[in-house]
Design a protein around this ligand. Structure first.
Ligand code: T68
Length: 832
């Protein structure tokens, strides 16, 4: 059925000379050298680590492409239902180690490059992170595509090919300084450009009404600006399976035709300017985590990516010549947050305006196709587009939204007659000035399932921000799928020694495919020999991190100290300020101790890492304070090794792979009810560290799984937060006295110019303290004390870590994907 396919008579020849995958070391080396000499046009006299990394990657990439081709052919032939995961962020990190592991060629490659004079570790270090995301949301998408492939589901990711990922962070004079992340500088061997897959995308213009042949009034969109979307495919290999799925990323290019007129009329400069404008659409990732800023370029990115993806999906569907009524039996589309919500409107537009379906029939298809995942309840993160901006960029889409809203409100009116307040509350259009399009409401109305990402969070969205919609649709539409992480990257790759030790007890590496098998190590939590081996591995991993700290910060830290880690985006709700305040409290306490008292102190290294959004003043102030405290504490002779404070600059996926396996305690201390799930909490426990955390997000389910004796929980519960805020706002609630001492120290200039911290202090004092730092401070310090005490009993500590790891099976992203597949997507794995 394919015009461009090879005639039957020639196919034997193709099969005879078909590409074969290298099976041994020698075959790999041959491929490696071929790529050095031809692909890179280098030689053995001119091959550095970078060239060697590129050549090895090319050889591995060839293998992935063979598997990719087979998989895609199989999926096309089987013609089963597929899922498309739409995410504006895919925080993939490095690809090479993962590709070697999943393709089963790690040993061949390692010994292969070794013979040729290279160290595999050095080559892996050459690869820049694919950092096309901000934090948890983007990394979740990366874990999900890994799991979709590893569990053999037919599924693609769709995203944007940003030329600049999340900015690089340096610390200068204690402050965050951003620089661009031009990750494509030395080419990207992990992508396949598909210049032939070029889709025109329209913006601006106006709509025109006319009467069609059937006498119906229809509206059509005459676009103003046009750009082209070019597909770049990134193979996503599953672990221990041939399944290799696709991550299709779109890059913007100027359209072929549009600039000629100007060019010919001599206006060369402005024609070039136009084309540069087109390319800016996919140029850079917006660096905000859990924050919405209504920039037109951001909406352009969203529509550009959604329009290209839907065009691609619909084109693939039409090739099957099925009736439109089959659409949602063949296709599921998952919206990763509200960022792709215009996809709902775009599909309705395609079906009604372009394909001539009746509104109701089209809407039935749309709503049974989409599912929407919510990742936050923070009001400042909810997307709302000003109607004038929206209507200017996407005039036809705004009309369709008005229609969707009209039909929806008519339905609500029938259910709740005369409840004007209800209608105003649930309307997609907020009656503010200017009016705003509430994207989350549109996403709910246009989807058949809405899910939160941890149990508490899924309950909260039903009782707070989406309460009215539960009254309208009932509870069945709203569900929970607790997040997960891929054990391939976050256990086996990040912590090969621990993975090997676990395998020695499980009997194989089968736990990497079925993480519940970790349960088999639980009996060894009481085995002294096993405990000792476990402790040695932790020490090794701490030494690895200590070396990174020495290299990046020039600070010496002792691997015998307790490694206390908080690495995540800097945000007031995540409360790094509370952490650094408690570090100051610790410092003041130790300074006041006698030599005798000091003997009892558990030495600690307090490790911080994370980026602030460039425009987030308070988060930047927190970073400055951490670095100032670090300066003072680390050089204080009274303190020595009892306390070190480290800020690791430019926290990213590949640094997380070093940091997670090295922690004794990690902190997940958001104000209860604010962190939807958290996923690094899972990474730290899976790597044999314990958690100091609040009763929030996935901490709650981690506690349920590993047992409350194996986690340090503290702080007020989500149900008390509103009350506590209210108390503080309208009564004179005194500040916690220990916190006051800390503030006095800062205001006394102990950490440099106190004026720098004025607004930070103000945010936790007076009648403010929105994130309840003062309210939780005492129980936080108490929990810290317990950590200090418990860490002294090394054997019991390690035993608790082992028990915790043994019970982490639930948090595999394979489990999460199976839940999505069964209860939202209704898709089946593809049989061998
Ligand atoms: C995170 N959200 C949640 N958002 O904060 C975290 N926001 O609790 C959860 O575990 C994770 O999602 C996965 O579900 C984010 O990371 C963003 O990065 C973001 C990006 C753009 C706009 C708004």
């Amino acid at each position: 059925s394919f015009e461009a396919s090879i005639p039957a008579a020639s196919r034997d020849l193709w099969q005879q000379f078909g590409v074969t995958e290298f099976q041994d070391k020698e075959a790999f080396q041959k491929e490696f050298i071929r790529h050095v000499e031809t692909t890179l046009a280098r030689s053995m006299y001119n091959c550095d680590d970078l060239a060697a990394y590129l050549a090895a990657s090319q050889a591995i990439r060839d293998r992935l492409i063979v598997a990719w081709n087979k998989t895609q052919q199989k999926h096309t032939t089987k013609d089963q239902k597929r899922v498309y995961y739409l995410s504006l962020e895919f925080l993939m990190g490095r690809a090479m180690d993962n590709a070697m592991l999943n393709a089963g060629v790690k040993d061949i490659t390692k010994t292969g490059v070794d013979d040729l004079g290279f160290k595999i570790e050095d080559l892996l270090e050459q690869e820049p992170d694919a950092a096309l995301g901000n934090g948890g949301l983007g990394r979740l998408a990366a874990c999900f595509v890994d799991s979709i492939a590893s569990t053999n589901y037919p599924g693609w990711g769709y995203g944007l090919r940003y030329q600049y990922g999340i900015f690089k962070q340096r610390i200068v004079d204690g402050y965050q300084v951003e620089s661009p992340d031009y990750w494509l500088a030395f080419s990207n061997p992990w992508e396949i450009p598909r210049y032939e897959i070029a889709i025109d995308v329209m913006f601006y213009g106006y709509t025109r009404k006319y009467t069609n042949d059937q006498g119906k009034t229809v509206s059509i969109w005459e676009g103003g600006e046009q750009v082209q979307a070019i597909a770049y495919d990134v193979p996503v290999p599953g672990y221990d399976t041939e399944t290799t799925n696709n991550l299709r990323l779109w890059a913007s290019k100027p359209t072929r035709e549009f600039d000629f007129e100007k060019f010919n009329s001599g206006d060369y400069e402005s024609s070039v300017r136009e084309s540069q404008k087109a390319e800016t659409i996919s140029a850079v990732l917006y660096p905000n985590d859990n924050f919405y800023s209504g920039k037109e370029l951001r909406l352009k990115q969203q529509y550009f990516w959604v329009a290209a993806s839907l065009n691609d999906i619909v084109r693939r569907f039409k090739k099957t010549h099925r009736p439109w009524s089959d659409f949602s039996d063949q296709i599921a589309i998952q919206l990763n947050d509200t960022h792709p919500t215009i996809a709902i409107v775009e599909l309705q537009r395609i079906l009604v305006d372009m394909e001539g379906l009746e509104w109701d029939a089209a809407w039935e298809i749309v709503t049974s196709t989409f599912g929407y995942t919510n990742h936050t309840v923070l009001p400042e993160a909810l997307e709302k587009w000003p109607v004038p901006l929206f209507g200017n960029l996407l005039p036809r889409h705004l009309e369709i939204i008005y229609n969707i809203n009209l039909f929806f409100l008519q339905k609500v009116e029938k259910m709740f007659p005369k409840d004007r307040d209800m209608l105003a509350r649930v309307s997609i259009i907020e009656e503010s000035s200017p009016q705003q399009v509430r994207m989350a409401y549109l996403a709910i109305i246009g989807s058949h399932k809405v899910n939160g990402v941890a149990e508490l969070h899924s309950d909260l969205i039903k009782t707070t921000i989406f309460k009215d919609f539960v009254a309208i649709y009932g509870t069945d539409k709203f569900m929970n799928v607790t997040n997960g992480i891929t054990p391939r990257r976050w256990l086996h790759q990040a912590n090969p020694k621990l993975s090997e030790l676990i395998a020695s007890k499980v009997g194989s590496y089968s736990f990497l495919k079925d993480l519940t098998l970790l349960k088999k190590v639980e009996p060894f939590a009481k085995d002294p020999e096993f405990i000792e081996k476990w402790a040695d591995i932790k020490k090794f991993n701490k030494a690895r991190l200590a070396a990174l700290i020495k290299k990046n910060n020039g600070i010496d830290v002792s691997v015998d100290a307790l490694f206390d880690v908080q690495v995540k985006r800097i945000h007031e709700y995540k409360r790094q300020q509370m952490n650094i305040f408690s570090v100051i409290h610790r410092y003041l306490t130790i300074k006041a101790m006698s030599a005798e008292e000091k003997k009892d102190v558990t030495p600690r290294v307090c490790i911080f890492g994370g980026k602030s959004a460039p425009g987030y003043y308070m988060a930047k102030t927190i970073i400055k304070l951490i670095n100032s405290v670090s300066e003072v504490v680390n050089k204080d002779a009274d303190i020595g090794d009892l306390l070190k404070v480290v800020f690791i600059a430019d926290y990213n996926v590949s640094k997380a792979e070093i940091i997670c396996p090295a922690s004794d305690i990690s902190q997940h201390i958001s104000t209860a009810g604010t962190e939807a799930s958290g996923t690094s909490n899972m990474k730290f426990v899976l790597n044999g560290g314990l958690i100091l955390g609040t009763v929030d997000g996935a901490n709650i389910e981690i506690t349920r799984e590993i047992g409350e004796e194996n986690i340090f929980l503290f702080g007020h519960l989500a149900e008390s937060v509103d009350d506590l805020r209210h108390q503080r706002r309208f009564n004179d609630v005194p500040i916690n006295p220990d916190l006051q001492k800390v503030i006095d120290a800062i205001e006394g200039g102990m950490f440099g110019d106190k004026d720098i911290y004025g607004s930070l202090i103000y945010s936790v004092t007076g009648n403010r303290d929105y994130y309840l730092v003062s309210d939780d401070f005492q129980s936080y310090l108490d929990a810290q004390k317990l950590v200090d005490k418990d860490f002294k009993d090394k054997t019991t500590w390690v035993s608790r870590c082992i028990t915790a790891v043994a019970n982490m099976g639930f948090f595999s992203s394979d489990r999460a994907i199976n839940e999505y597949a069964e209860s939202i997507w209704n898709i089946e794995p593809v049989a061998k």
